[in-house]
Design a binder for this molecule. Structure first.
Ligand SMILES: Nc1ncnc2c1ncn2[C@@H]1O[C@H](COP(=O)(O)OP(=O)(O)O)[C@@H](O)[C@H]1O
Ligand SMILES: [Mg+2]
Length: 309
């Protein structure tokens, strides 16, 4: 873990009219606070990088690039940015406030197929949108997928790569990426493509479908060795609650050799969406807490954790 954080708790601080309240998250480089927007316009999330602590110009450059990139990306499954700026010694981005990130929903229990199809088709749709614009996210992991009001949204474009840009990537993505979901070509330092993002999304779906992260370890090259020796099984064989067809989509997305993966992100999204129609209708009820539809066999709502319905 890289310790660039500001030591000071910023709760109570005002950044350009945004009043910071509680801290709700922290990543490798930034802290995230809930904040009151100016003029009583509700609440937002503010991601803050403390410049007084951060002397690394590259981290600052990536943070600023992230804000400029997000400003250009208008898609229902990409987090919406409200404003960004530099106030005193803080760099910040204000964005839509989400309920939580997907990592908070992961335990060691599998999640329902409908939820996995929602994540795959919605985040896949966001990937399709950025890939059409020749942008690769490169840091897809559960903590960078947020549960918005009605949908999943992709966030944290801190390591996104614009394929046509001449800007040199100065932070080694291997240092910060979560190895569980890392595409082998990134681990090996080979060129990154849209297929690398689809691999990571497939690996996240595998985790959701089985309750187990696909590959463990701390050494990227060892992980690729494991990936080559033991390809991921169809999640259906580990959890019969997952259809064979959705399992095949996950397998194809996470094939180690990228020439055997989906030729395009659009193909992946089409196949994920097709899985919705092959399921037998399940008995489900609406959670009284978060109003999501939950299969009857779940004693607890997998979205908000509420016990009874
Ligand atoms: N818009 C948001 N709404 C609610 N929580 C958020 C939001 N953005 C980030 N978070 C929380 O903060 C964590 C860190 O944010 P992230 O953007 O991933 O920072 P980093 O670039 O340091 O990884 C996320 O995993 C999530 O739990
Ligand atoms: Mg993050």
């Amino acid at each position: 873990m890289l310790a660039w954080f500001t030591k000071k708790d910023l709760a109570g601080t005002k950044l350009d009219g945004y009043l910071l309240r509680d801290q709700i998250g922290a990543g490798e480089f930034a802290k995230v606070y809930v904040a009151d927007a100016p003029d009583g316009k509700g609440q937002v999330a503010i991601k803050v990088l403390g410049l007084s602590e951060v002397r690394d110009k590259d981290v600052v450059k990536h943070f600023e690039r992230q804000a400029r990139l997000l400003e250009k990306l208008d898609h229902p499954n990409i987090v919406k940015i409200h404003a960004h700026g530099r106030t005193r010694d803080q760099l910040w981005i204000a964005m839509d406030l989400a309920a939580k990130s997907l990592d908070k929903m992961l335990g060691d229990q599998p999640l329902p197929e409908d939820l996995i199809i929602d994540v795959g088709s919605q985040i896949g749709g966001a990937l399709q949108f950025i890939h059409q614009r020749r942008i690769i996210h490169r840091d897809l992991k559960p903590s960078n997928i947020l549960l918005g009001t009605h949908s999943y949204v992709l966030s944290d474009f801190g390591f996104a790569k614009v394929l046509d840009s001449s800007s040199v990537v100065t932070i080694n993505p291997k240092k910060v990426m979560n190895l569980h979901y890392l595409a082998p070509e990134i681990a090996l330092g080979l060129p990154v493509t849209a297929k690398s993002d689809v691999f990571s999304l497939g690996a996240i779906m595998y985790h959701l479908a089985t309750g187990k992260a696909p590959y463990n370890g701390t050494n990227p090259v060892r992980i690729v060795e494991k990936q080559l020796k033991e390809p991921l099984p169809n999640p259906h064989t580990l959890n019969s609650g997952i259809s064979y067809e959705l399992g095949m989509v996950i397998r194809k997305a996470t094939t180690v050799e990228d020439r055997f993966r989906y030729p395009s992100t659009a193909d992946f999204v089409r196949d994920v969406r097709a899985c919705r129609h092959i399921q037998p209708p399940k008995e489900a009820h609406q959670c009284l807490g978060c109003r999501q539809m939950v299969p009857a066999e779940f004693p607890r709502c997998p979205y908000c954790g509420r016990k009874s319905f």
